[in-house]
Design a protein around this ligand. Structure first.
Ligand code: DQA
Length: 149
């Protein structure tokens, strides 16, 4: 299995960014954990971060044929980006929406996700563990789908 893990704007600041909301784990530590967890499950996990919507759209657009599944923490673009939603829909690569916090328990403007309708699932509110839970569950989901196919 090949998994693409994308993180959006300001997530490069994890560790120091509002630790009371997002915890103290850095994105580099999250990426290292995902690589280890993936390796233990026989999967490769390519992790990337960008503050630029277009870069995220480009990476999703290249996913078809190169990845079996995606994890996406789109940061604030979650709530605004029709371009990300269209990209996920276009490539038809199963995508799990990931958040460290639980946006639905925060400010009203975070309660709407533009990408949720085109994702297979969402994991939110577990801090850095959201990424691990999402990877584990996505690999299970892909394994189950492969057996049915
Ligand atoms: C976030 C939640 C978003 O609302 C926010 O804009 C982020 C981080 C999260 O992981 O909890 O940047 O995606």
């Amino acid at each position: 299995m090949r998994i693409l893990c994308l993180s959006g704007p300001n997530l490069q600041l994890l560790g120091t960014r509002e630790p009371e909301v997002y915890g103290s784990t850095t994105l580099a530590q999250i990426h290292a954990e995902l690589a280890d967890l993936g390796a233990a499950r026989g999967a490769t996990v390519d992790c990337r971060q960008s503050n630029h919507e277009g870069a995220l759209v480009d990476w999703i657009g290249e996913a078809r044929g190169n990845y079996d599944g995606m994890l996406l923490n789109a940061g604030a673009f979650t709530h605004t980006s029709l371009a990300l939603r269209d990209a996920i829909r276009a490539v038809q690569v199963p995508c799990v929406e990931v958040h460290l916090s639980n946006p639905e328990a925060r400010e009203p403007f975070r309660r709407r996700s533009r990408i949720a309708p085109v994702c297979v699932a969402k994991v939110a509110g577990f801090g850095a563990a959201s990424y691990r839970v999402a990877l584990y569950a996505l690999l299970d989901w892909l394994d189950a789908r492969t057996k049915v196919d």
